[in-house]
Design a protein around this ligand. Sequence first.
Ligand code: CO
Length: 141
Amino acid sequence: MITRVNHIAIAVPNLELASATYRKLGVTVSEPQELAEHGVRVSFMEFENLKLELVEAFGDGSPIQRFMEKNPGGGMHHVCFDVEDLGAAVSDLRESGIRVLGSGEPKIGAHGNPVVFAYPSDLFGVLTEFEQVSTTESPPH
Ligand code: CO
């Protein structure tokens, strides 16, 4: 069901500082975007082989607030895999004994595509996102 790695997200306490740090290392970092409905601000770093996201908590009750309390200096927050069919992916996950957060109904993620998250404790301690990427958006193989 998993096709490619979509992105890896690093949670940071200060998005501007983190962006400046990576820029000094020669990385092109996008301007921050406020995703109020997701409770985060994000910047993207596009590499030839992978996309990395820098994620900062935004507003009250951010979904990464607890993570930041445990990891005040930042940390690897989640990995996201592409899947072709999210409904089928949810079934595959459940059949494999991997629990999906919430009702299992896909939500629209930070990139405008449907996503679900699996419990970290069911995937070796890593919060794992699955994103349905329409085939027309995928780069040529
Ligand atoms: Co993500």
